[in-house]
Write a protein that binds this ligand. Structure first.
Ligand code: GAL
Length: 414
């Protein structure tokens, strides 16, 4: 069914070929939730202030899997969009195909190399060429909590896995959904990201997800990670299957659920609903990952249509990296700026915490690209991991079988 929907979306995208005017940019993205759309409007408004029109090409589906399928179809049919939201290794893969415009002139003029951290440049550049403009830094290892429920039940910030399980049990016993979750593969992988980091620590994460080391992938620790996923499965409600991530966030916002495990794009939903961190909701690092940050960075790659970067593409890329835009956008999106030279006093408490933690983690060797969001491995490996993680979450495999399946999936796809 998922394949059918994706195919239909791709066909629709092909047939609804947009007639972008010369002065427009056509932007393919997956920012379709309330909070995401609000953030995207900041970019649209910035460009319209410069007289550049916006041809919207939204492809719903958190994490961008469907968007990448549509992109492939568009490029194959010779109709690449002007600019595309992309993550990590997807950028590298398209750059390797020679499909992306060279942004070096712009990058040199604006000294991007001095202000964009190395962890982001790793994906924004390829073979000495800037090929994408980073919009933000998200991180995936967060817990979002409903403050009223925490107060009512006397739950303080869980510091360990056991404390977190106890807190979820308390919420469940009180009649709440303990864990708001949307049963989609990328959401389960997002949770797995944090659970794996907490259970195994940074070295385990590096070996398993970056180096794809077989001993680590097949270790008892990996079995423990799957066991913990099974524990979490016991705290979701009966209707979790297929639910979009933002609807899961809404359960926490509305006081139906105590917690959600999600990247900080969830904060964009709270803010869009008029909620305030510290008053209505709380942001914690996933227990056991207080020192680590698993990040992903949304970047816009420009497709090389006529050999050179068009004026509109250049305007879009410079708008994205301008200091004012970086603050204005990330305030709404829930992420933090992609530049390290900004005063972030305007960000809320969670944003300021996230910005400091990103820099601290980078300095102490605790910053890791999120495997769930394409920053540890190319899509083939990522998607193969998704399949195993989601099959286990849905009860198709026990933990020991899931470990074996993970090893095989990686062997086949790496
Ligand atoms: C992530 C992306 C975020 C957010 C999220 C849910 O992959 O980096 O910006 O959009 O998906 O859609």
């Amino acid at each position: 069914m998922r394949i059918l929907t994706t195919t239909l979306t791709a066909v629709a995208a092909l047939t609804a070929v947009t007639c972008a005017q010369a002065q427009d940019v056509e932007v393919l993205h997956w920012w379709t939730s309330g909070g995401e759309a609000a953030a995207l409007n900041v970019l649209k408004d910035d460009l319209s202030g410069q007289g550049i029109g916006w041809q919207d090409m939204p492809v719903a589906g958190g994490g961008g899997t469907q968007a990448m399928t549509v992109l492939r179809a568009r490029v194959t049919s010779g109709n690449a969009p002007t600019a595309v939201q992309m993550l990590g290794f997807d950028i590298t893969d398209w750059a390797k195909e020679g499909a992306l415009a060279d942004l070096n002139t712009l990058a040199d003029q604006n000294k991007w190399g001095d202000v964009i951290p190395a962890a982001l440049q790793k994906f924004a550049t390829h073979d000495g060429k800037w090929v994408a403009a980073p919009v933000n830094v998200h991180s995936t290892n967060w817990v979002w909590a409903n403050k009223a429920i925490m107060d009512e039940l006397g739950i303080s910030q869980p510091q360990t896995w056991d404390e977190f399980v106890a807190a979820m049990q308390k919420a469940k016993d009180a009649g709440y959904t303990a864990l708001a979750h949307g049963g989609q593969a990328w959401q389960e992988a997002t949770i797995f990201d944090a659970v794996a980091m907490a259970a195994g620590g940074p070295e385990f994460y590096q070996k398993a997800f970056v180096e794809l080391d077989e001993d680590t992938l097949s270790s008892d620790t990996m079995k423990e990670v799957f066991d913990r996923m099974g524990t979490l499965r016991g705290f979701v409600d009966d209707n979790f299957s297929g639910r979009d991530w933002n609807l899961a966030t809404a359960m926490v916002i509305n006081g139906d659920a105590a917690f959600q495990l999600m990247g900080d794009w969830a904060k964009g939903e709270f803010l869009n609903a008029g909620k305030t961190p510290g008053e209505d909701f709380l942001c914690y690092r996933f227990p056991g990952t207080q020192q680590q940050v698993t990040f992903n960075s949304d970047q816009f790659a420009m497709f090389d249509q006529d050999g050179a970067v068009s004026d509109q593409q250049a305007a879009l890329a410079s708008a994205i990296l301008s200091p004012g835009f970086q603050i204005a956008f990330n305030k709404v999106k829930g992420s933090v700026p992609a530049r390290t030279d900004l005063d972030v006093a305007e960000l809320d408490a969670c944003g300021q915490q996230g910005y400091e933690e990103f820099k601290a983690a980078a300095a102490s060797g605790n910053l890791f690209g999120s495997f769930a969001h394409g920053h540890a491995n190319p899509a083939a490996v990522k998607n193969a991991m998704y399949d195993v993680i989601t099959a286990h979450f849905n009860g198709e495999y026990d933990s020991a079988t899931a470990v074996d399946e993970l090893v095989t999936a990686v062997q086949i796809n790496k």
